[in-house]
Design a protein around this ligand. Structure first.
Ligand SMILES: Nc1ncnc2c1ncn2[C@@H]1O[C@H](COP(=O)(O)OP(=O)(O)O)[C@@H](O)[C@H]1O
Ligand SMILES: [Mg+2]
Length: 336
């Protein structure tokens, strides 16, 4: 990691200010970096702020959502300082996003061809070339007979094909960073696998970086170099994928790993995490995981732990990090 990061996010806060009595703290003190060519994952249960983080990076937050503070440095430039017009150009060209639900990104009354070619700013006024490029993109994402299919409307495509068309339109402008928010959740397993391979191949071919959001740790293992585990709008643990699966250092990560099938817990009984995540509009002081944590002590209900670097590149937010070695084996605790 000797090169500077492509994206560096520092202390980002994003809240939904529903009323003075109800403020949903969707993203709190989120800091991370993404390097060129890597895939960085966000995992965590539903509602923990993964999508809110992604949308903040592209400034796609609508009121009552608002970014309160922080920095989002892309190639060293803070995109929170860009004018709306500059931001519009930045989106798509530098950073683009694919969504869980393809129809949120595809326009139902526009032919697939026009949706893709409209974004190809570098082929502006070169219609034939833009069309050829769009056909080639569709072929690369695995759409059969692309010369024919490109003339169709999104509703003429199956769900898996719509997903591919959306990926093609997001990749058309060759962004440096692709944000993929649960890109495979709505698809069946075979198509999921194909889409994962496709994103991995395109990342290598285009030398892109990818931020992948998912609640599926199996997908993380197949795709991510490093990842952050989110809980209640905060990063609880962040490290490389191998370390996270083999030497996790946060009780929430232990609980997550114990609740899903992984290589490490093969053959063991899986244990869903008891209790529910907190309401982000009504957070108690202290560690948000405390009510569900087996290792909590009284300090955990009083003070929010800082996120600390345990070893180079391995971060965790827990009062008992010094005892973390003795948490070894807790994955088994969560499985008994
Ligand atoms: N438009 C909105 N208005 C108010 N609250 C929202 C809105 N969108 C999301 N939230 C809340 O923000 C929190 C984070 O949501 P989200 O980022 O979508 O979670 P995730 O993607 O991890 O499932 C949740 O508590 C969710 O209910
Ligand atoms: Mg989401």
């Amino acid at each position: 990691m000797s090169n500077p990061p492509l994206l560096e996010v520092k202390n980002l806060y994003m809240h939904y200010h529903i009323s003075d009595q109800e403020i949903v703290k969707a993203v709190s003190d989120v800091s991370f970096s993404v390097y060129e060519g890597e895939t960085f994952g966000f995992v965590g249960e539903s509602g923990c702020g993964k999508s809110a983080t992604c949308r903040s990076l592209l400034r796609l937050i609508k009121p009552p959502g608002e970014i309160l503070s922080g920095e989002i440095l892309y190639k060293g430039q803070d995109i929170l300082k860009l004018s709306p017009r500059a931001m519009q150009q930045f989106r798509g060209r530098q950073m683009s996003m694919i969504f869980q639900e393809p129809m949120t990104a595809l326009n139902p009354v526009m032919k697939i061809r026009d949706q893709i070619t409209d974004a190809l700013y570098f082929l502006k006024n070169r219609k034939t070339e833009a069309n050829e490029y769009a056909v080639d993109l569709l072929r690369r994402v695995g759409i059969p007979l692309p010369e024919e299919r490109i003339k169709e409307y999104p509703h003429q495509f199956s769900g898996g094909m719509q997903q591919r068309a959306m990926i093609a339109s997001a990749l058309g402008p060759k962004p440096g960073l692709l944000l993929a928010d649960e890109p495979t959740t709505a698809l069946d397993v075979t198509i999921q696998d194909q889409i994962i391979k496709l994103i991995n191949n395109l990342r290598d071919e285009l030398k892109m970086s990818v931020i992948l959001v998912t609640h599926d740790l199996g997908v993380v293992a197949q795709m991510c170099d490093r990842l952050a585990v989110m809980y209640a709008g905060r990063i609880m643990e962040m490290t490389d994928t191998v370390t996270l699966f083999s030497k996790p250092r946060h009780p929430y990560t232990y609980a997550l790993l114990g609740s899903i099938p992984t290589r490490a817990n093969r053959g063991k009984k899986l244990e869903p995490i008891t209790g529910a995540p907190p309401n982000l509009a009504n957070l108690d002081p202290g560690c948000p995981f405390k009510p569900r944590c087996r290792y909590a002590e009284s300090v955990c209900g009083e003070e929010l732990p800082e996120i600390r670097e345990l070893k180079p590149g391995h971060w965790s937010r827990c009062h008992f990090l010094d005892k973390a070695e003795s948490f070894q084996g807790v994955i088994e605790d969560y499985q008994q």
